[in-house]
Design a protein around this ligand. Structure first.
Ligand code: PHE
Length: 344
């Protein structure tokens, strides 16, 4: 029996393993509940009394040796598990649920509006958020002293590179100027994007919001064409029964100009509040592109005419989802955000 133990010392000294599974097999073989060393301890009671002390010492040393060698191998192969690893994995346990995001309500509404206009041939256009005076104001026929240029409405940007003053765009009409400058008609484009105005933040207003503006320029484009396109949009977005009305308005870059309302109804208290008791809800601004704007962009107003329109995405999303505080869109509270749209 002593010989057997000595042999085991040599054997254990020479052990090697190249992966976790092999180490685990060795652990079970030598140190496991039914392993070799446990077996030797079981045989201990058969050892004659006068040899018990020496033998016991030897066995303890053997176990320490095995633990040291196998522990070393375990470290080398990166195994940390001390229990049998097979026992730990139970494929029948339910999995952990993992949270998926959902699209932001503003993205959903923007995409829906883009889809509606894409179906009738409008193409997407994009432009910078930091704009020069020409694209945001001058080309759009804003007089030098127009109040919209005022410090109260516009965030001006300090420009260290040139004399020209830059500003955060106050509308995406600036993108339409860029499109007209780069391309002769026919033009059909929509420009979604973030815009900035120096306004006090409240439930109805924010200094950052989103717009989609549209532009259509070709030969013989009329106010009736615009009205028909906007009616199509209103029906697609708000439903087949939607009615619209146009009220005269003013924008420097369109003449004539109008604001479009949709019939929202007056069925309950909230309808009264949203529509200020009229049943009509203002959705967008629109008009025929002023000939001066066409001239500024090198398009001949004798040959071409066109219409433009612009709407705020937040306002439309608020109506669609019954949200009464615009600030919710920007707070990124997942409890609010996860109510909208399908999971990604
Ligand atoms: N640019 C206008 C705004 O920001 C909207 C608009 C666009 C109105 C095009 C008429 C035509 O309010």
């Amino acid at each position: 029996m002593l010989d057997k133990v000595k042999e085991l010392f040599n054997e254990i000294d020479g052990l090697s393993a190249s992966n976790k599974a092999e180490v685990e097999n060795l652990r079970v073989k030598y140190l496991g509940q039914k392993g070799i060393i446990k077996g030797l301890f079981a045989d201990f009671r058969n050892v004659p009394a006068d040899q018990k002390k020496e033998f016991g010492q030897l066995l303890n040393d053997l176990r320490a040796k095995a633990e040291e060698v196998i522990g070393g191998l375990k470290e080398k192969t990166g195994s940390t598990s001390t229990a049998g690893s097979k026992k730990e994995f139970d494929a029948s346990l339910p999995g952990y649920p993992f949270l998926v995001g959902s699209r932001h309500p503003l993205s959903l509404v923007r995409q829906e509006i883009i889809d509606i206009f894409s179906r009738i041939g409008f193409q997407l256009s994009d432009g910078p958020e930091v704009e020069d005076d020409w694209h945001n104001f001058s080309a759009l026929n804003f007089p030098e002293d127009h109040p919209a240029r005022d410090m109260q409405d516009t965030f001006f940007v300090k420009n260290n590179y040139g004399k020209e003053e830059l500003a955060l765009r106050t509308h995406t009409s600036s993108v339409q100027v860029r499109v007209m400058e780069g391309q002769q008609p026919p033009i059909r484009t929509i420009s979604p994007g973030r815009v900035f105005r120096n306004e006090a933040i409240s439930a109805r207003a924010h200094c950052i919001f989103h717009q989609i503006e549209g532009l259509y320029i070709d030969k013989d484009v009329s106010f009736a064409d615009m009205k028909q396109t906007l009616l199509y949009f209103a029906k697609e977005f708000f439903g087949e029964k939607t009615k619209i009305r146009l009220r005269p308005s003013y924008f420097p870059f369109t003449e004539p100009s109008a604001e479009m309302d949709i019939w929202w109804g007056l069925n309950n208290e909230s309808d009264h509040r949203i529509t200020k008791g009229t049943g009509w809800l203002e959705i967008l601004g629109c008009g025929m592109v002023d000939p001066n704007v066409l001239k500024n962009c090198n398009i001949d107003p004798e040959e071409y005419s066109g219409y433009a329109f612009g709407m705020g995405i937040e306002r439309i999303a608020m109506n669609r989802y019954g949200i009464n505080d615009l600030r919710m869109f920007f707070e990124n509270d997942v409890r609010f955000l996860k109510q909208f749209g399908a999971a990604l």
